[in-house]
Design a protein around this ligand. Sequence first.
Ligand code: NAP
Ligand code: ZN
Ligand code: ZN
Length: 349
Amino acid sequence: MTSPTAVPAYAAPAPKAPLERTTIARRPVGEHDVLIDIKYAGICHSDIHQVQEGWGTGIFPMVPGHEIAGVVSEVGPGVTKYSVGDHVGVGCFVDSCRACEYCEQGLEQYCVNGSTATYNGRDKNGDPTYGGYSTHLVVDENYAVRIPEGLGLDEAAPLLCAGITTYSPLRHWNAGPGKKVAVIGLGGLGHMAVKIAHAMGAEVTVLSQSLRKKDDGLRLGADHYYATSDEATFTELRARFDLIVSTVSAPLPIDAYLRLLKVDGAFVNVGAPEEPNSVNMFSLIAGRKTLAGSAIGGIAETQEMLDFCAEHRIGAEIELIGAQQINEAYERVQSSDVRYRFVIDTATI
Ligand code: NAP
Ligand code: ZN
Ligand code: ZN
């Protein structure tokens, strides 16, 4: 690709509109760019929030997709990290300022000048970015990560968002042997949180709306599984956990969950609901508790997570779909009917 090339993609033409096939332009492969033949793209609930403008005004047409796995098919002359044929992934951002204190610390996701979102963002030229529901992507080599041997590209794709978004807080809050970790919501992020926290050696409890997915949760690595629709759960689990990770896409009664923390415990929210959540400050004061959030992870930590997952043989549990099924998959995700990540086979685009 030496000039902008039209490639097929699936886009929402307008807010809330069904996604449909279209073509988009990808930039020419620059000095430090790699061209990726996208093989698989995961469907994250964030894609749905953004197509529906649940988080604010979006840029349309929107080509979602920030769980991208593929093969390098061309490299720019200055590329040193990757060669043609390498398996690589791209997550939620494709650039950042590279100069602020957070970029320098490998926390590009918290770049003070704003990292460039993989889609629904604008690059340094002001052009809209388009995501992974497409056949090709051109990206700076510093914003791609290597997918280790031993991980299939299909099961690896969701690690680029669901994997790193749960790995990062589990590491930061020291999930490991002797720690009791609860995961709220057994969806895309939640099932990765269970697998990863289990592999880190923590005792893992799933807090799901019902017991419908209990067998799966235990198979994925949970030690305990409770339904939050049952009020007895909140009595039985009082003061039980060191760490609670909420992956829920809707507002939650947070005070009730804060009561499940031990003294000095932390409730970390990675779910990104469209509506605000209220919290009673006494729920934090009583027990010196922490209420925190966490966003994805930096490039170096994303690579660390992929290597960890390869070492522990952790991939996502996926339901592989054709591009024609994207709209149906969106509906199913919205009704918590996903086991546990839809992944698009981009050969069908
Ligand atoms: P998902 O697959 O839809 O999973 C969310 C799960 O939350 C559902 O499977 C369901 O689990 C539970 N849930 C849904 N509605 C609920 C409700 N009203 N009350 C209680 N529980 C409910 O979504 P996802 O892709 O994992 O994403 C989850 C959230 O994280 C989204 O808001 C997404 O935008 C956000 N996100 C944040 C980051 C970040 O960097 N912080 C990164 C990626 C995604 P059960 O059926 O088990 O109850
Ligand atoms: Zn995501
Ligand atoms: Zn920066």
